[in-house]
Design a protein around this ligand. Sequence first.
Ligand SMILES: Nc1ncnc2c1ncn2[C@@H]1O[C@H](COP(=O)(O)OP(=O)(O)OP(=O)(O)O)[C@@H](O)[C@H]1O
Ligand SMILES: [Mg+2]
Length: 367
Amino acid sequence: MSIVRRLRLRDLRCYETADAAIGERLTIVHGANGAGKTTLLEALYLGCTGSSCRTRNEREVVRFGAPAARVELDLERHDGPHRLAVGYEPGQPKRLTADGAPVERLLDVPFRPLVSVFLPDRLELVKGPPALRRSHVDQLVAGLWPARRARRRAYSQALAQRNALLARVRSHATGRDALATWDLELGRHAVALRADRIDAIARIAKGTELVGGELGLAGRLELRLRSRSDATDAESFACELAARLDTDLERGFTTHGPHRDELDLLRDGRALRTYGSQGEQRLGLLALLLAEREALEAERDHAPLLLLDDVLSELDGARRELLLEHAGRAGQVVLTTTEPERLPDAALAASSVLQVAGGTVRELVRA
Ligand SMILES: Nc1ncnc2c1ncn2[C@@H]1O[C@H](COP(=O)(O)OP(=O)(O)OP(=O)(O)O)[C@@H](O)[C@H]1O
Ligand SMILES: [Mg+2]
């Protein structure tokens, strides 16, 4: 895996062109509201993953009046320089390249940096529906153990096929017996997926609790996977499915399995999503993301690029320092703020600073 050295972009939101160096540790991006700070983080995310972290509708990222947007990242790895590029033109397939060669997905490129992002709307991960948390854990699994990436897709495909079969049984196109082999197949994938999630959560649970404390979150932060299944092999999962077949047939879909797991984030035993204050939810989420980053560093020997958008504004002075101290321990961090003067001097002194205004980026050279 690599670190990001430079970011170049063209016709991305408010930028016509921009070219900026990214520091080896902390990079601070500052500027007024609307200056283009979040867009720089979005560009980094886009360059690392091929997708925007801000919108599903990628048309939005193309600068008004421009035909296409482009992002390029210069990377550096132990074996030398590498480059990733993403070209997006509405109505056309996205053009992704790694070292100049077209690729289908950046996620499969071995030298692509892992990336972890905190945008203000990521609080949805704490507050929103369980599906967001499930896919977050599954992404962590993929980050920790790339070889297991395919397992979630395999489960989803088997689930879709079972649901299709349920519909056929409901319409009497086929008998109930037809489900038995599918249930075993689904069971195989379900048990594997659940084991992956348990493994991933085991890697970050203690860390989340510790980092939560370090960031000054009062109370004990706890992560828990809540699953209605306790099957440890395909056969017992198939039995659980068989026991619910009448319900499934009545409702027309599979009501049991890891697609209904819930990941609970608790503070002193109570759900943070229900009882946490805005600041507590923010700290809880930051603790989770930082713990994941430590786990990824331990497993893959490389901390993901961490993008922190406007995290400081709602934190008090002491917690702001704790966060910066923690985030700066390893790997690259890019952080945006409208108020650089409120950053601790030590953080400012140790970082690269980018000043953005009106769609231009200026690298401030330290004296
Ligand atoms: N497709 C687009 N074309 C041109 N400008 C755009 C496009 N999409 C967004 N913008 C503008 O880009 C500017 C920069 O947005 P960005 O979100 O990066 O600002 P910011 O510095 O993060 O601001 P804030 O401090 O308010 O979060 C905004 O003025 C926004 O209206
Ligand atoms: Mg912003």
